[in-house]
Design a binder for this molecule. Structure first.
Ligand SMILES: Cc1cc2nc3c(=O)[nH]c(=O)nc-3n(C[C@H](O)[C@H](O)[C@H](O)COP(=O)(O)OP(=O)(O)OC[C@H]3O[C@@H](n4cnc5c(N)ncnc54)[C@H](O)[C@@H]3O)c2cc1C
Length: 394
C-alpha cells in the first residue's frame, strides 16, 4: 500500500501553498481574529473572490458544470491546507450541497445554481435541524405546499442551529412536502433565497462564541423550480449531503497545526519559567497526539480516495469524523493541562499563548462531536452499516 502523495498531488499542494503565501495577508488574519468569518471588513470577501477567480470552489467538479475537473483528493488536500493555515476555503455549499445538485438536481437546478456556487457568489446555510428534530431528523415539520395557481412553493416553519445564515445567500432547506407519507418519504429539499420576504434570521450564540441562528419561514414563496430533483425524494439527497459534510468537516489540517503549535510552546519557557518539554510525561502525551494526527491524515486520504472513485464513503467518513472530533478535544484538553492557567487566557489578553488559540479551541472542540450527526449515532452507523451489527438502541 502506498501512503505517500504522488508527484502530481505534491505539485498541487505546492500550488495551493503558493496561493496561500500570497493571499493570506496580516490584514486578513487580523479580520479573522476579530470577526471570525463574519465578512465584516472585506478581507474575507476579497480572499473568497481570489479563490473563485482561480476556479477552486468547483475544483473537483466536472468541467461541464463549471469546475476544473480535478479529483476529490485534490479538493481534500486544498481544504486540509487551508485549515492548516486557519483560513476559510471551500465551504459546505461547495463540498456537500453542490455535489448533490450535480447528482440529483434537474437540468434547471444545475443551470441556475451551480455557476454562482462555483464563483463563490452563492452560499447556502444548511437547514436541517428543528427544535424537535435533531438526530431524529425525519420528524421535521417545516412544511412546503405547492400553490398550483402561481406554481410556487409556500413554506412555513422554523429551523434551529442554522449556521452561517447571517453570511449566506440561500437556504438548502429540508421540508415536509407529503405529511401523509411514511416519515422519510415525504421530505424534499428546496433552495430558498435568504433575502426573500417572510424569512427571518435570529442569532444564537454557542458557548464557543460561535454564532449560529434560528430561522423562521412565514408564508415564504419560491418558484416551483427551486425544488431540488424530485419531490419527496429529499431524504436521499440529505443523507448523501451529510456524508459529504462529515468528510469535509473532519480533515486533519487544523489538528496538525494545533499540535505543531503546542509542541513549539512546550519547548519555550512558560511565564513561570517551566519548560513543558522537560517533563517526560508531557513529551509522551505530545508524541501520542502527533501519532494520532498522522492516523487522522491517513483516514482523510482514504475517504477522499474512495470519493475520487465515485463512492460516498459512509462508514469511512463516520469513523474519520468520530476520530478527528475526539482528537480535537484531546488536543484541547492536553493544551489546557500542559499550559496550566496560561492556557485559559483568551484573545486580546497580551499574555495569552498563541493569541488565545488554545482557549478558543477548548471552547470550540465540542461542536464537531455532535455537529453533522452526533458521535453516538455515528457509532451506530459504523456498527450497522459497516458490520451488520444491531443498533445500540435495540
Ligand atoms: C453550534 C451548532 C451548530 C449547528 N449547525 C447546524 C446547521 O448548520 N444546520 C443544521 O441543520 N443543524 C446544525 N446543528 C444541529 C446539530 O446537527 C444537532 O445538534 C445534532 O444533530 C444533534 O441533535 P440535537 O441537538 O437535537 O440532539 P438530540 O438529537 O436530542 O440528541 C441528544 C443526545 O442523545 C443522543 N441520541 C439521540 N438519538 C440517539 C440514538 N438513536 N442513539 C444513540 N444516541 C442518541 C445524541 O447522541 C445526543 O448525545 C448545529 C448545532 C450546534 C450546537
Amino acid at each position: 500500500m502506498e501512503f505517500e502523495l504522488d508527484e502530481g498531488q505534491q505539485e498541487w499542494l505546492e500550488e495551493v501553498r503558493d496561493f496561500l503565501r500570497t493571499h493570506v495577508t496580516p490584514a486578513l488574519r487580523a479580520e479573522l481574529a476579530e470577526h471570525d468569518l463574519e465578512f465584516k471588513g472585506g478581507e474575507v470577501a476579497a480572499f473568497r473572490k481570489a479563490i473563485g477567480d482561480k476556479g477552486w470552489f468547483g475544483l473537483n467538479w466536472p468541467v461541464e458544470f463549471g469546475g476544473l475537473g480535478l479529483g476529490a483528493v485534490h479538493q481534500h488536500l486544498l481544504v486540509s491546507e487551508f485549515e492548516y493555515w486557519g483560513v476559510p476555503g471551500p465551504d459546505l455549499t461547495v463540498t456537500s450541497v453542490a455535489p448533490m445538485i450535480m447528482r440529483h438536481g434537474t437540468e434547471q437546478n444545475k443551470a441556475e445554481f451551480l455557476p454562482p456556487i462555483a464563483r463563490g457568489e452563492m452560499i447556502c446555510a444548511v437547514g436541517y435541524s428543528e427544535p424537535d428534530a435533531g438526530t431524529d431528523l425525519a420528524s421535521l415539520r417545516t412544511r412546503a405546499v405547492l400553490d398550483e395557481a402561481t406554481n410556487e412553493w409556500v413554506i412555513n416553519g422554523s429551523k434551529i442551529w442554522n449556521s452561517g445564515a447571517q453570511r449566506s445567500t440561500h437556504e438548502w432547506l429540508c421540508v415536509r412536502t407529503d405529511p401523509d407519507a411514511p416519515r422519510h418519504k415525504g421530505i424534499s429539499v428546496i433552495i430558498v433565497p435568504i433575502d426573500h420576504p417572510g424569512v427571518t434570521i435570529r442569532p444564537l450564540i454557542a458557548w464557543s462564541g460561535y454564532r449560529t441562528n434560528e430561522a423562521f419561514f412565514d408564508d415564504v414563496r419560491v418558484p416551483a423550480d427551486n425544488l431540488i430533483g424530485e419531490v419527496n425524494k429529499g431524504w436521499r439527497y440529505i443523507t448523501g449531503a451529510l456524508d459529504l459534510e462529515r468528510g469535509a468537516l473532519t480533515n486533519a489540517g487544523d489538528l496538525r497545526r494545533s499540535v505543531e503549535d503546542l509542541v513549539d510552546l512546550a519547548r519555550q519557557p512558560r511565564a513561570d519559567g517551566r519548560v513543558i518539554a522537560d517533563d517526560p510525561v508531557a513529551v509522551r502525551r505530545l508524541a501520542g497526539l502527533v501519532a494520532d494526527v498522522e492516523a487522522a491524515t491517513l483516514m482523510g486520504y482514504e475517504a477522499s480516495s474512495l470519493l475520487a472513485e465515485g463512492t460516498i464513503p459512509t462508514v469511512e467518513v463516520s469513523t474519520e469524523k468520530i476520530f478527528t472530533s475526539e482528537l480535537r478535544q484531546r488536543i484541547a484538553d492536553t493544551a489546557m493541562d500542559l499550559l496550566g492557567p496560561e492556557g485559559l487566557l483568551a484573545h486580546r489578553n497580551p499574555e495569552a499563548p498563541l493569541a488565545g488559540g488554545f482557549e478558543r479551541l477548548y471552547r470550540a472542540a465540542p461542536l464537531l462531536r455532535f455537529g453533522a450527526g452526533t458521535n453516538e449515532v455515528l457509532r451506530d452507523v459504523i456498527a450497522q452499516r459497516g458490520h451488520a451489527l444491531p443498533s445500540s438502541g435495540r
